[in-house]
Design a binder for this molecule. Structure first.
Ligand code: ZN
Ligand code: ZN
Ligand code: FE
Length: 759
């Protein structure tokens, strides 16, 4: 470095650095420290040119990059090289270069504390304005239509800025510099209340909506990714009516609380849970009940609660400290984002606004398990976060993965990153299939993806599989449980070629041998796998019906365990004798009773046998959820089981388990104890199988995946036992263990295959 003349460095930053106030941050920092040069957006990131005579100033700038980033910015990668000194006279923000690469978009973020302070100051020009936002907060993913991220390409395009907003927008020292959704009461969107019956707008809209909610009416409220149906949780009649409208008798309804203090009135809140609850991503957090509110989460021991995340929510919750805020949708259909989409029959009134939602997104749902987030649904606030792929797996060209069928997501791969969509729902519902196609279009446009190939499940009849084969590009198919495993490997950045034991427990997936799998121990890496052990297959009487009627699985397990001498159990009296006979006949004669090694179905059976599951469930996982909710804290007692066979694939048989469960039921042991013993048993089967894999194959890493691990009790129990035995335990943290992770795993597998074959 020639000190007399000065030095210059060129820094290129990759990650979420556009549309999040990164350039103004660089500008302010450089000016403060006394550096000269410029900053500009380039295709896939931000480039900074710094000129200085004292190296300390440069180091202090680099330190700021590490420690003072704007809240939404996230640096994935940074390069720093020496460059030519040009005697710059000041520091500037230069115009963006043409975009061509991979630009990251921030997720939607809840209103920040600076904006809240302004919104609550009577002298501020945005006093009580429900669309206040800045570069650190507000809508992003749900309002962007295409890139580059500029106001004309968002749903704010139809709101021309007033002179005051325009001045803030263009001032690099203003905290709204280039905040694309910037707005004020003079130029921005506004709130209107509509009567659902007449369609007429109501005077004094906001205040009237508050009164109606207090009076027990159901009001649809427009949020970021769609409408919520809102009512008072303490008004039983209103809650029951909402349940009737949504055709939902038992599935829990989400709550929104004014603040953590209100939350603590109704639920227990640990410091970690509070951190997630109050994070700017604002997920619904599942929290142990403290006070019972009737009909909100029947048969379960927890509530799903979130805090307000739009300024409109904040204003609403100022008047109502707790509301039911469930997503507005018809049963199993996507969340409604436009008033025209059949919203009116679901409510008495609509608290609407005129900033259009481009991309719908549900609220995310998570639970804290063993100190880390466990996603039950990953959507708003987390999407579209880019995940870096291990260097050894990166390839040229783009890839699309379309996931499975239930709880689907899609993922795209580009330039070393995977971006996964929000939760899309079950594709066997036509409206969700449209949502799926809408989202593929959205992500492809945003990230300019032109896939060289598409990856799908090996199930031939999934809608996603058919969709993949209808695209005119090469198709890779991935076995379902292998994709669960590779998703966990990818999120933990495991190097290719390292074999682990994947414990994949879920409801159902198409097996490599064409039979139904679901209680799987796979030894493998990104590319290949072997089945090391699996649950003993049992009959699924009635096929898909067995997943909805837990008593069928209970009977199937009883027949497998006791053959012709099934003891009489009071719980089976809930089922008409004629139906029991029918199913018994079905299983015996092998009619419409495919064999399946599903772990989910074993939970169904035990939940029904212990008297917790109803004969017919209303939603997926209801039977296991009720079982988990009932469990006592016992971590010692368990049931016997059997790991059989003399070489892989070994078979895990639960006949001895079921026999003992029945014994406990007949001796009057409580369902809570049975549940705890059963959870302990499953955790022990995993440890036993893992020990065998270590003895025979030297494997010391275990990856957990599949929807059954949405069960936090099983997850924590398993993780602590494995770690106590010296295993490294990889569990889903960034994605849900359920089928939302399949598209991630599909990308990971495809990358490994492409690498291997030079495709
Ligand atoms: Zn803000
Ligand atoms: Zn304005
Ligand atoms: Fe699955």
């Amino acid at each position: 470095m020639a000190v007399d003349k000065g030095s210059a460095r060129e820094i290129t930053v990759f990650g979420v650095v556009q549309g999040v106030g990164f350039r103004p941050f660089v500008y302010r920092t450089a000016v403060r420290i006394g550096l000269r040069g410029w900053v500009r957006n380039i295709g896939e990131g931000v480039r900074i040119h710094l000129e200085f005579t004292r190296p300390e100033t440069f180091f202090s700038f680099m330190e700021s990059l590490r420690t003072d980033l704007p809240p939404l910015a996230c640096i994935e990668k940074l390069t720093d090289t020496e460059t030519a000194f040009s005697s710059a006279s000041d520091f500037r923000i230069l115009k963006s270069a043409e975009s061509g690469g991979f630009v990251f978009i921030s997720p939607d973020i809840s209103v920040c504390s600076n904006c809240l302070r302004e919104m609550m100051s009577p002298n501020d020009r945005r006093y009580r304005y429900p669309f206040i936002n800045c570069t650190d907060c507000g809508p992003r993913y749900t309002i962007v239509q295409s890139l580059p991220y500029d106001r004309p390409r968002t749903t704010m395009a139809s709101f021309p800025m007033c002179p005051l907003c325009s001045r803030e927008y263009n001032d690099p020292l203003d905290r709204r510099y280039h905040a694309q959704p910037i707005a004020c009461p003079d130029c921005g969107p506004e709130v209107t209340l509509y009567d659902a019956g007449t369609g007429k707008s109501i005077d004094g809209g906001f205040e009237q909506a508050v009164e109606w909610i207090k009076d027990g009416k159901i009001v649809a409220v427009k949020g970021l990714g769609g409408y919520h149906l809102v009512c008072s949780p303490r008004n039983e009649a209103a809650v029951l009516r909402l349940r009737q409208i949504k055709n939902r008798n038992s599935k829990a309804l989400a709550l929104m609380a004014a603040d953590a203090a209100v939350v603590q009135t109704y639920a227990h809140l640990s410091p970690e849970e509070r951190e997630h609850l109050e994070s700017p991503r604002r997920p619904i957090v599942l929290l142990k009940k403290r006070l019972d509110l009737p009909h909100i989460a029947p048969f379960l021991d927890e509530y799903g609660i979130m805090l307000p995340y739009t300024p409109l929510h904040v204003l609403l919750l100022e008047k109502l400290d707790l509301i039911v805020a469930t997503s507005s949708n018809r049963k199993d259909a996507p969340i409604i984002k436009d008033k025209g989409e059949d919203l009116v029959p679901l409510c008495d009134a609509v608290l609407d606004h005129n900033r259009p939602i481009h991309m719908r997104a549900d609220d995310s749902v998570l639970k804290v398990a063993a100190g880390s987030p466990l996603f039950l649904r990953r959507a708003r606030g987390y999407v579209p976060f880019p995940q870096r792929v291990p260097e050894e797996l990166t390839v040229e060209g783009d890839i699309l993965a379309v996931g499975a069928e239930l709880k689907d997501t899609i993922s795209v791969y580009k330039n070393g990153y995977v971006v996964t969509s929000q939760f899309l729902g079950d594709l066997d519902e036509y409206s969700n299939l449209l949502y799926f196609e809408e989202t593929i279009g959205h992500l492809s446009r945003l990230f300019q993806v032109e896939p060289r190939c598409v990856v799908c499940d090996s199930h031939p009849d999934f809608h996603s599989t058919r969709f993949a084969f209808n695209l005119d590009i090469p198709v890779f198919q991935v076995q379902h449980h292998h994709a669960h495993l590779t998703a966990v490997l990818l999120e933990h950045g495991i190097a290719p070629g390292r074999s682990v034991l994947g414990v994949v427990f879920d409801g159902y997936g198409y097996g490599a041998d064409g039979t139904a799998w679901g209680g799987e121990f796979l030894v493998g890496d990104y590319e290949t796998f072997e089945r090391f052990a699996h649950f003993e297959p049992v009959a699924l009487p009635g096929g898909d019906l067995a997943a909805r009627q837990p008593w069928r699985m209970a009977l199937s397990y009883l027949m497998r365990t006791f053959e012709d001498s099934i003891p009489s159990l009071p719980v089976m009296d809930r089922i008409p004798a004629r139906m029991l006979r029918g199913v018994r006949e079905m299983v015996r004669s092998n009619v419409n009773s495919p064999l399946c090694s599903s772990a989910g179905r074993l939970f169904d059976a035990v939940s029904f046998l212990s008297g917790l599951a109803p004969p017919e469930v209303e939603y997926e996982a209801e039977a296991p959820l009720r079982l988990q909710s009932a469990a006592t804290s016992d971590r010692v007692l368990s049931y016997p089981f059997n790991l059989a066979g003399d070489k892989p694939p070994y078979t895990l048989s639960f006949r001895a388990t079921i026999a003992e469960v029945v014994n406990d039921v007949l001796s009057g042991i409580g369902a809570g104890t049975i549940s705890a013993k059963f959870h302990n048993t499953l955790a022990r089967t995993i440890v036993t199988t893992a020990r065998r894999a270590r003895e025979e194959l030297g494997i010391d890493t275990v990856a957990l995946g599949g929807g059954v691990f949405c069960n936090s009790l099983l997850l924590e129990n398993t993780q602590s036992r494995l770690e106590a035995e010296g295993f490294r335990c990889l569990r889903p943290v960034l994605y849900s263990p359920n089928d939302e992770a399949i598209s991630v795993g599909q990308i990971a597998h495809a990358l490994a295959r492409i690498k291997k074959t030079d495709f």
